[in-house]
Write a protein of this length. Sequence first.
Length: 171
Amino acid sequence: MEEVRQETIEEEAYPYGRGLVQWEIDEYPNHQRSRRWYIGMGSLGALMFIYAIFTANFLFAVILLMFAIITVISEYKTPDKVPVVITTTGLIVGDTYYEFQAIKTFAILYDPPEVKNLYLDFDSYLRPLLTVPLEEVDPNIVREILLPFIIEDVERDDETFGDILRRVYKL
């Protein structure tokens, strides 16, 4: 397993400020699915596809086929690693920069081994809630770094419904 850099990064400067902490996450969740999962989801998908054809809902049928193709492709392709860097002015996730002024609140949900997430809620209603996996980085370090810049949402104590679905059903 790769070593996670979570110490203060004094020597590295980024275009958006000095890096404070960094780690890497998978581009998308890489679930280990069993044969039973494929049989169950394949059966459910086939039933929904038959229903879509009988009700002449061809758009739904196309969406089901796309979902099946993406699931199969993602099974055989390993996800790329995406760097996450918290700088003195914002957060960089891959190629996207989020400045602290645009972030309303943050919350850290940490219940290993299943749940280790940083949630960022933005001021703009056009930006959805951003979930960043913490992987092996110490959540206390991330919290200490973000507190001077962003308000912590201490009331958030559950994952989003979408995150729960993705984790439980391995989507």
